[in-house]
Ligand binder design. Sequence first.
Ligand SMILES: O=C(O)CCC(=O)C(=O)O
Ligand SMILES: [Fe+2]
Length: 301
Amino acid sequence: MNIAELGSSPNADPLVKTIIEHDLTRHIVELDAYGFTVIPPEKLGTPPDFAERLRNSILNTYERRHGVEVGDWRTADLPTPNERAWELVGEDDVITEAVLNPVVLTMARWHCGQSAILGGTSSIIKPPHEKNYLAIHNDTHGVPPPQAAYTHLVNTSWVLTDYADRDDGPTVFVPGSHRWGRAPAPHETKFWEWEGEDRLFEPVPIEAKAGSLAVWGGNTWHGAMNRNSTGLRVTMVLVWLRSYMQRLSMWGESAVSPERLERYPELHKILGYDHPYPFRDYVDKPDKIADMIAPGQDQFA
Ligand SMILES: O=C(O)CCC(=O)C(=O)O
Ligand SMILES: [Fe+2]
């Protein structure tokens, strides 16, 4: 019996068909069991030069936005922090192709429904550094426990340089943490500081060839290793959201007059004018972001 052919579930059927056609069932099982998976290039339907084109596009965008030159990424250090990393979707055809890749869309819709929307695009360009670890967190920022058993959000990240081992500075995951229903508490975040019996769990670094897609739902705990290898790690991150996470109105500058804003100062906060999202050109509200993603939040955060 082929249930997807019955036409009984119009939202699920096209997803199931794509999952079977692209040989993705193993990845759906890994997402279910562990909360993350790595899909290799040969299952993504991309041409052989895709990773190189996308990596060049990400690096060119970084160079142009920051007025610097990287040179050869295999040996380069980062000339300046990648602050203008956001809003990549309109930069280049290859970036748009990466967003619209059928397997990416299937992963987005498998987690967040057919009405999923693209919530953010950004690049990670990571140079060698003794201490550039990323602390364990999950991406469902600001949502108190118990977090829903289904995902509000999914991350599909294009790996654009090889992650051969932990020295390449890859993403690390805590297998099974997507079932724990909460963000990590502060003592559960700095995994590189733990020694011996202090070790709470062992985050797993992913191995992935350039051109692979790493996928994880918003509940999964993850962070990243520091990079010891020469040259840059390059990744393009796509975050997808359930449609109800979009606000009903994007309150622009003209939503209320400056005079009204002055008379009613609380409007700044409730219209989101102080909110760290959306990240525009660069992230200019780091304190607010830190508050929002602080682990162990209660329901009044
Ligand atoms: O790949 C990484 O370094 C992790 C980045 C991260 O936390 C994210 O994209 O949500
Ligand atoms: Fe994250």
